[in-house]
Design a protein around this ligand. Structure first.
Ligand SMILES: [Ca+2]
Length: 438
């Protein structure tokens, strides 16, 4: 993120734009059709078809001397109660603080937009002092051309050092653009100045942070009130092509660094753990919007059309699963599950079942355990006429949880440990070919 951000001081180069921006203060425009959203309403992890993690400490604290380490742990990013929750945690050894963990999620290559009206409903933690949450974008060519040549749009940043100085850190919001102008880093941004400061702290309540981005202008809003605007029309903003290309979305909470002006762990006084809750991110058409990325092809959390793998639970001494997704001849999706184990006398047995996937969930009715001869099903050797109902709930295309409710068939008959609620993670390590048909 960002390097040094002089957000409250427009560069000399763009001081004329700053004056113009003040003249063009406006409220949020009418929204067009909703084109994409993540409502964070299913699973327990962010949808991996849309979101990736930045991991580690970056170079020089992600370029900003930030103090946290980013992880992909569910302790730092989870889906809960219809929200994406990013949690900043303190690391301790005994009584000593040894660092911080947090999460930074991005949609690079998976969900990009060029122009549009984007909004996120966010509840901030108490930032005082040292937390630096952000909702922002980078040009999707970031990996090829680097920063700032990729371009950056900051819809929301909080935790600014001047706000800390003035005791208003939970009220000040900044927005900015960064790009490369004739080989140099250009920045133009603005915080809510003290005169425009929100009358109350923003933390602890949901607020709507949004950006309207057209070929002519970028404008950001807090609860519909303008934060910042910038003329990006090529006639005004020359050499600004970075702001006219597909960008991806980033959500993160940093700890310390240049923006808060906090360089030492001991200066971080914010109550921890601290949670930033994001109810949704939505992109509306503003008449210019183009979406792209692999996440659009794969769609929301639907599973299938082909998915398979196997699983082994050491405590259960030889259980295995395979779950295959495909299409029936009439085009409706179907999941087929194979579940193999040993009975209590050590004989290998199979249960099989089918179900129709719905979004990220599939319910399988296991109809009967059947015998296996030399690794093949042998319906003639049914050992016990019974079954039960299994439910697979997918967090993404690789991770699922599984629960099983036996009918007359008892868990004990399956072998060595109860099986009514097996947590299955990394269930599907071996994707089936797309051409798979059950
Ligand atoms: Ca939600």
């Amino acid at each position: 993120m960002k390097r040094l951000l002089s957000a409250s001081t427009p560069s000399t180069f763009h001081s004329a734009l700053a004056a113009l921006a003040l003249l063009l203060a406006q409220t949020a425009g009418a929204q067009g059709q909703l084109l994409w959203s993540d409502e964070f309403d299913s699973g327990t992890r962010p949808d991996s078809t849309i979101w990736s993690y930045d991991i580690g400490t970056g170079n020089n604290g992600w370029g900003n001397w930030e103090l946290q380490e980013y992880t992909d742990s569910i302790d730092n990013a989870r889906i809960e109660d219809d929200n994406l929750v990013i949690t900043v945690r303190e690391r301790r050894v005994g009584a000593n603080r040894t660092g911080f963990t947090s999460a930074r999620l991005r949609t690079q290559d998976k969900l990009m937009f060029q122009y549009g009206y984007i909004e996120a409903r966010i509840k901030m933690p108490d930032l005082s002092d040292g937390l630096w949450p952000a909702f922002w974008t980078l040009g999707n060519n970031f990996s090829e051309v680097g920063w700032p040549a990729c371009g950056e749009l900051d819809i929301l940043e909080m935790g600014w050092r001047d706000a800390i100085r003035d005791g208003l850190v939970n009220r000040w919001v900044s927005s900015a653009a960064h790009w490369q102008h004739q080989g140099n880093h250009a920045v133009f941004g603005r915080t809510y100045s003290p005169g425009l400061t929100e009358p109350a702290d923003l933390n602890g309540e949901y607020h709507l942070f949004s950006m309207d981005w057209t070929p002519d202008r970028v404008t950001t809003y807090l609860d519909g009130k303008q934060i910042w605007t910038m003329d990006i029309h090529p006639a005004s903003c020359t050499d600004c092509q970075e702001l006219h290309q597909p960008h991806f979305i980033i959500l993160n909470v940093a700890v310390g660094g240049t923006y808060p002006g906090i360089q030492h762990q001991s200066q971080v006084t914010a109550p921890l753990p601290a949670e930033m809750k994001v109810d949704y991110v939505r992109i509306y058409d503003n008449g210019h919007t183009q979406l792209s990325g692999s996440g659009l092809q794969s769609g929301p959390p639907d599973i299938g059309p082909a998915h398979s793998g196997s699983w082994y639970q050491p405590l259960q001494d030889g259980h295995g699963f395979s779950l295959e997704f495909g299409l029936q001849p009439d085009g409706t999706p179907l999941a087929v599950a194979y579940w193999y184990t040993y009975d209590d006398t050590g004989n290998p047995i199979f249960m099989i079942g089918t179900g129709v996937p719905e979004a990220n969930r599939v319910t399988i009715d296991f109809v009967s355990p059947v015998g296996m001869v030399y690794g093949e099903f042998d319906p003639a050797s049914v050992v016990e006429e019974s079954g039960g109902t299994g439910v697979f709930e997918f967090e993404d295309r690789e991770n699922a949880t599984f629960s099983y409710t036996p009918s007359e068939f008892t868990a004990e008959a399956w072998g060595h440990t109860p099986i009514d609620a097996l947590p299955l993670l990394k269930l599907f390590g071996v994707p089936a070919p797309d051409s798979f048909q059950p």
